[in-house]
Design a protein around this ligand. Structure first.
Ligand code: DON
Length: 336
């Protein structure tokens, strides 16, 4: 059997520890994948179909405040399902673990994001990353009037991003008009007593959350805030209660990429979440946040270039949670 020492020839090489080299790697990955044209922009929400299929941005933000960017890192797009772990964090903070888990499980479903199913043993949604679970969470964090719950979400995610964010009204309207599948899921949950009778308010909260406009850099900074025990490394503000973040990262790792979650955990090895707007963000615990944006999606609803770029970033920098590099599993050593 080969020891870790003997197998070091196949491991990521030691690199010079300058930030310019990190930027070079990110620029190379951007160039390598910018012309990949596979996949299709989501059109089931008509407004999403207006995205420019050529858009491609990459951003890395470290817990000590370095930010590395390439391509369309500052282009706004809707957060879509990347809102789900952030809303889950807010529910855990507001209700605690036990109460929140009365409404949603933490088991991977292995099914598509919009599957119409509940765990037959508990009647809860399988996890907070699929639509059913996210709508159950939206029902918990909604408020009266509904605008107050939406504003609380926008305010908190703005703090995590380090700038004021806003909702795309056109996407929100488009999503509301075409959201019958989510309505069906919500009423199914109402039938089982998983959500309260204010079904439309829960859906309003969920559609609004999905319609938040973010950039690739915003998502990298939000990820870095999670990596940094809830403290935004650029603003120095404590945004999230750190004792719940481990639960959020766990469901991101096991359920964040839906029916590609196992393959993702195996190949990339990071807690992450994708959205049908074309974003993916991932967390390297205690080290950095990564984000990629490109709107053409694969059959599972994940960004094609986003997955390729994340795989390469993880492989190159040794980001996989269970990576053994010759210097230990650490990105920060590149910056020392
Ligand atoms: O519920 C929906 O259909 C969307 N607003 C969010 C779905 C989504 O982003 C799925 N992720 N890949």
């Amino acid at each position: 059997m080969q020891t870790a020492q003997q197998s070091q020839g196949t491991l990521p090489p030691k690199r010079p520890r300058e930030t310019t080299r990190i930027q070079d790697v990110i620029d190379d990955i951007y160039e390598k994948y910018r012309n990949i044209d596979d996949g299709a922009v989501a059109t089931y929400i008509p407004e999403l179909g207006k995205a420019n299929p050529q858009d491609f941005g990459i951003c890395l933000a470290t817990v000590d405040g370095h930010v590395f960017r390439a391509g369309d890192w500052d282009k706004e797009f809707t957060i879509q399902s990347m809102c789900k772990p952030l809303a889950f964090q807010m529910a855990l903070e507001q209700y605690g673990v036990a109460e929140t888990l009365k409404h949603v499980g933490v088991e991977p479903s292995g099914d598509a994001f919009n599957s119409i199913e509940l765990d037959p043993r508990t009647t809860r949604p399988f996890n907070p990353m699929i639509n059913a679970g996210a709508i159950a969470i939206a029902s918990l964090i909604k408020s009266t009037p509904v605008e107050a719950g939406v504003q609380a979400f926008v305010d908190r995610i703005s703090e995590a991003a380090g700038r004021g964010l806003r909702i795309d009204g056109n996407v929100m309207r488009s999503e509301t008009l075409t959201g019958d599948r989510n309505r069906a899921i919500a009423y199914l949950m109402r039938n089982f007593g998983i959500i309260d009778e204010h079904v439309n308010e829960a859906l309003h909260q969920y559609f609004a959350q999905c319609s938040l406009l973010v950039t690739c850099q915003d998502m990298a900074v939000i990820a870095a805030t999670l990596a940094n025990m809830g403290l935004n490394p650029l603003t120095g503000k404590q945004v999230f209660e750190f004792q719940y973040i481990k639960y959020v990262l766990t469901v991101m790792l096991t359920c964040g990429l839906y029916d590609y979650a196992g393959g993702w955990a195996y190949e990339v090895g990071l807690p992450a979440k994708s959205g049908v707007g074309g974003g993916i963000f991932g967390v390297v615990n205690r080290q950095l946040g990564i984000s990629v944006y490109s709107p053409k999606l694969d059959a599972q609803g994940n960004s094609v270039r986003g997955i390729l770029a994340c795989k390469e970033l993880a492989a190159h920098f040794g980001l996989h949670a269970f990576e053994f590099t010759n210097v230990g599993s650490s990105f920060m050593q590149w910056l020392l």
